[in-house]
Design a protein around this ligand. Structure first.
Ligand code: SF4
Ligand code: SF4
Length: 473
C-alpha cells in the first residue's frame, strides 16, 4: 500500500480528500480533460454504489463511482498529484462498465471521467521501454490494418489445429506458471475454437437483400468478430438480408478505435475515426450496423470525438447518427418474424457497451422474444459486468473471475440451455467460464438464434447442436 497519499489516513485506511469547494480554474483544461462541470454535478447521493461491481466486491469508497469522482475532482482542484501511483491504481480498477452512468440522477459520466483521467495519466507517465514499445506496436501498427490482425491469428489457429492446445490444456502446465506469467494461462483459457478463415475476405463488398430491397446498410465488421466470431458476423449479414437489407461491407475498413480509447491514445483514435468516416461516406447508406457492442458504442461517439474538428464535425455527427447495434436496427425497421422455430430455453446477458454505453436494453429482448419456440428467462443482475471489460480479465484476473463466477451463478439459476450476449468480449469471457466450470449452457450471440430460426423455414431448429459444431465440443 502506497503511504503518504491524500486518501489514506495515518492507519493506511482509505478516505476521500474532499476539498473546501469548487475552484475558479481546474488544473486540466485541454478538450480531452475530465469535464470539471460534470465532476461538480455529483451530489454524493451514493445511488451509484448499489450498481457498481467494484464497490460491491470491495466495499471501499475509493472503489465506488462517487469515490472515483472525488479523486478526479481532487486532481482538478490541485489537491492530488496526477502522478500518484495510487490514483492510477484506482482508475484502472474501474471496469468502465458505466452502470453508474445509467443510474446517476445528476448525469455524472463517471466512466468517461475515469477514461479521460487515464488518458491524462498516460500522457505524463513514461512506462518501461518494453511496455511502451509493445503498446505502440499493438495500437499503432497491428490494429491499424485488419490484415495484420488476421496474420497475428495464424499461429493461434495452427496451435489449435495441430493439437498443441489440447495437450497444453490437459497438462495444466500454464496453471503452474509463477507470478505475472500466469496471465498466459488466463489468455489461453479465453481462446475459443477459431474459425478456419477470417470473414472479411469471404464477404462480398455488396451482399444483395433477399426479395425487395428496403434499406442499404453498411456493416462495421469488428476486428475480433472478423477473426474469432466469423460465424456470428456471417449470421448478422444473413439476418440483415432476410430483413430486406442490402449489406455493404467495405473491405478496407479499420478498427473502431475502442482499444485506443481504453489506453488513452486519442490521437490514433481520431485518425481511425476520420478514416472510417471517409470510407463509409463513399456509399449512400441508411444505417451503419455492428454486431459488436464495443464497436457500435465507439463509433456512436465519433461525433463527440471530432467536435473540435471543423473539417469533420458534421460528417462525424452524420456517421454516428446512422450507427445501430444489430438488435437495435432489427427492432427499429422492424424485424420480419422468422417462420421457423427454435425450441430452447434462453437467457440474456447485457453487455455493458450495449446497455449502459448505448442505452440499448429493450431491443435485444424484443427480437429474442419474436423467435418462435424460444422460452425466454430473465437472469438476475443481467446488466452486471461479466468481468471481461476490454482487457480487465487479463490485467485484473482475480477480480474479473469473481465477477464472472457471480454471472455464471445467475445464468445457472435460470436453467437456460443458451445464454445470449451481444459483444465479443462477453462471449469470450462467458465461454471461458462455461468451459472452466462445466456449466451446461451454450454461449451465443442473439443473431445466431435469429439465423437458426430463418434457416429452419417453418420447422424446428436445434441451435444447441449447431453451437456444439462450432465449439468443437
Ligand atoms: S455519481 Fe451520481 S449517483 Fe453517484 S454519488 Fe454522484 S450524483 Fe450520486
Ligand atoms: S464504470 Fe462501472 S466499475 Fe467504474 S465506477 Fe462506474 S459502475 Fe463502477
Amino acid at each position: 500500500m502506497a503511504m503518504g497519499e491524500p486518501w489514506r489516513d495515518e492507519g493506511g485506511q482509505s478516505r476521500i480528500p474532499f476539498g473546501p469547494g469548487p475552484v475558479a480554474r481546474p488544473l486540466l483544461t485541454d478538450p480531452d480533460a475530465p469535464d470539471y462541470d460534470n465532476i461538480l454535478a455529483c451530489i454524493r447521493c451514493g445511488l451509484c454504489l448499489s450498481v457498481c461491481p467494484t464497490y460491491q466486491t470491495d466495499h471501499l469508497e475509493v472503489q465506488s463511482p462517487r469515490g472515483r469522482v472525488a479523486l478526479i475532482r481532487a486532481v482538478q482542484e490541485g489537491r492530488l498529484p496526477l502522478e500518484s501511483p495510487g490514483l492510477k491504481e484506482h482508475m484502472y480498477h474501474c471496469l468502465d462498465c458505466r452502470a453508474c452512468q445509467t443510474i446517476c440522477p445528476s448525469g455524472v459520466k463517471v466512466g468517461e471521467l475515469v477514461v479521460a483521467t487515464r488518458a491524462e495519466i498516460a500522457r505524463r507517465e513514461r512506462p518501461p521501454l518494453l511496455e511502451r514499445l509493445l503498446k505502440r506496436v499493438i495500437l499503432r501498427w497491428i490494429l491499424l490494418r485488419p490484415e495484420r490482425v488476421e496474420q497475428l491469428v495464424v499461429p493461434l489457429r495452427l496451435y489449435q489445429r495441430l493439437g498443441i492446445q489440447a495437450l497444453i490444456r490437459r497438462s495444466g502446465i500454464l496453471d503452474r506458471l509463477p507470478g505475472r506469467l500466469r496471465t498466459l494461462a488466463v489468455m489461453e483459457g479465453l481462446l475459443p475454437r477459431l474459425p478456419a478463415r477470417p470473414l472479411r475476405g469471404q464477404l462480398a463488398e455488396v451482399t444483395p437483400a433477399r426479395g425487395e430491397r428496403r434499406y442499404r446498410v453498411g456493416f462495421f465488421l469488428g476486428c475480433v468478430m472478423n477473426v474469432v466470431y466469423a460465424e456470428v458476423s456471417r449470421a448478422t449479414v444473413s439476418v440483415l438480408t432476410e430483413n430486406g437489407c442490402e449489406v455493404v461491407t467495405p473491405q478496407s475498413q479499420r478498427c473502431c478505435g475502442a482499444p485506443h480509447a481504453a489506453e488513452g491514445d486519442v490521437e490514433t483514435l481520431r485518425a481511425l475515426a476520420r478514416y472510417n468516416i471517409d470510407l463509409f461516406a463513399a456509399w449512400d447508406l441508411d444505417y451503419i450496423v455492428s454486431d459488436c457492442a464495443a464497436c457500435a458504442a465507439q463509433t456512436k461517439e465519433y461525433g463527440h470525438l471530432l467536435r473540435e474538428d471543423a473539417a469533420y464535425r458534421e460528417r462525424a455527427e452524420a456517421f454516428s447518427r446512422k450507427v445501430r447495434d444489430i438488435t437495435e436496427l432489427l427492432a427499429e425497421i422492424p424485424l420480419t418474424p422468422p417462420a421457423g422455430g427454435v425450441p430452447v430455453r434462453v437467457t440474456y446477458h447485457e453487455a455493458c457497451h450495449l446497455c449502459h454505453a448505448q442505452g440499448v436494453r429493450r431491443q435485444p429482448r424484443t427480437v429474442i422474444r419474436q423467435v418462435p419456440g424460444v422460452e425466454f428467462v430473465e437472469m438476475k443482475e443481467s446488466d452486471w459486468c461479466c468481468g471481461s471489460a476490454g482487457i480487465y480479465n487479463l490485467t485484473h484476473a482475480e477480480r474479473a473471475t469473481k465477477l464472472l463466477d457471480r454471472k455464471l451463478a445467475n445464468i445457472a439459476a435460470t436453467g437456460a440451455e443458451v445464454v445470449l450476449a451481444g459483444n465479443p468480449g462477453c462471449l469470450l469471457q462467458l465461454e471461458a467460464g462455461v468451459r472452466r466450470t462445466g456449466l451446461k449452457a451454450k454461449v451465443l450471440h442473439p443473431v445466431q438464434l435469429l439465423a437458426a430460426a430463418y434457416r429452419a423455414k417453418g420447422g424446428p431448429s436445434d441451435i444447441r447442436d449447431r453451437a456444439a459444431e462450432r465449439s468443437g465440443g
